[in-house]
Design a protein. Structure first.
Length: 143
């Protein structure tokens, strides 16, 4: 297996990208259908996106989600930091659950921690608008 973002982070980014490419508000059901992903899973992600202030959740029959701020002000690194849990990346990242005997003399934890920090700093250089690019081309995927 390889390093991968959690499903929550993946769905959060995809939802934000969808909303950035399609102006106005859109239902969770619509977004889930367009991506072919679980509506129930997306509902949890949408709640978190609203709680974190990335989207506004409008209730009711004509409700849905819309971006809470312009796409060029939503930082990709910040989204990933809020959704991703790096504490369990390797056993020694979790001080309480770490049973690795070489931890006191091992340099792996620091190397990995620096790598994750570099990864996040790289993501900090991009906004949601950068991920979507040309909105019309992005929307055309579903046309």
């Amino acid at each position: 297996s390889f390093m991968r973002l959690s499903v929550q982070t993946d769905y959060a980014l995809r939802t934000l990208m969808y909303l950035a490419a399609h102006d106005g508000q859109h239902s969770i059901a619509e977004i889930a259908r367009q991506y072919g992903i679980s509506k129930n899973h997306l509902m949890k992600v949408a709640q978190r996106l609203a709680a974190e202030g990335f989207v506004e959740s409008i209730r009711g029959r004509s409700g849905g989600l819309m971006l809470n701020q312009p796409a060029d002000t939503i930082n990709v690194g910040q989204v990933v930091r809020r959704f991703e849990e790096f504490g369990g990346f390797v056993e020694c990242f979790d001080v309480r659950g770490n049973g690795c005997v070489v931890t006191p003399v091992c340099g792996l934890r620091h190397v990995l921690a620096d790598g994750i920090e570099s990864f996040l700093r790289h993501l900090d250089g991009f906004t949601l608008a950068d991920l979507v690019g040309d909105k019309a081309k992005f929307r055309a995927v579903w046309a």
